[in-house]
Write a protein that binds this ligand. Structure first.
Ligand SMILES: [Cu+2]
Length: 218
């Protein structure tokens, strides 16, 4: 009966060494204890909230004999001992989904999670159309509705200047852009409106076009 634990220990050691030798993927640093601390950080020391799918190497520093570090998620279920302490390395293969790490003794107090997968795509900024003709200047949404109020943030303005005698200007709410009066053509402006208001108008005086005002508020 005396040899069995030694053999098991040797097997565990060789597995651990194999894991380190074949280490692949970003390094994840798990830590539990002292006290009720549990964390998972990247190589820069930042808390991990999202990772790409693929291999990763988890190294857990278990600093307490009252807690464990247990990571679970799609295809992964690894843990340290509650009573044990020390450093353990696990080779992981992460796939899309949510992974949770927890101390099994204090699952409500000591827990965290991260997501594996592509970050959510940033929404494209709304598109507005500013049109100036010899007789009118209008600002409409992509759906063709007159714009009177907007939320602050980035927008793409498609400017259609159809008048050799007029310009198209947006001024206010942190933006001041214009086409030249003689200019005719279509341009695209990327703008970011701050809270406040802006006007759209032409710089030409004859004839004086009636522009409009748009309020920007959250
Ligand atoms: Cu605990």
């Amino acid at each position: 009966m005396r040899r069995a634990p030694a053999v098991l220990a040797a097997c565990a050691l060789s597995l651990a060494l194999t894991g380190v030798a074949g280490a692949e993927g970003p390094a994840l640093a798990g830590s539990v204890g002292p006290g009720f601390q549990i964390s998972l950080r990247d190589a820069s020391g930042n808390a991990i909230t999202r990772l790409d799918p693929g291999p990763a190497v988890l190294t857990v520093d278990d600093l307490s004999d009252e807690h464990d570090f247990h990571l679970q998620g799609p295809g992964v279920d690894v843990t340290t001992d509650v009573a044990g302490t020390g450093t353990t390395t696990f080779q992981l293969t992460l796939v899309d989904g949510r992974y949770t790490f927890v101390c099994d003794v204090h699952p409500l107090r000591m827990t965290g999670s991260f997501v594996v997968g592509a970050p959510p795509a940033a929404a494209a900024p709304p598109r507005l159309v500013l049109t100036v003709t010899p007789k009118a200047i209008t600002l409409v949404s992509a759906a063709g509705k007159a714009v009177r109020a907007l939320a602050p943030g980035p927008y793409v303005i498609v400017v259609r200047d159809r008048a050799r005698t007029q310009s198209a200007r947006l001024a206010g709410a942190g933006v001041n852009r214009a086409t030249g009066v003689p200019f005719v053509g279509t341009v695209t402006w990327k703008v970011t409106f701050a809270a406040g208001s802006f006007s759209y108008r032409s710089d030409a005086r004859k004839p004086k076009l009636r522009g409009g005002q748009v309020f920007v508020f959250a």
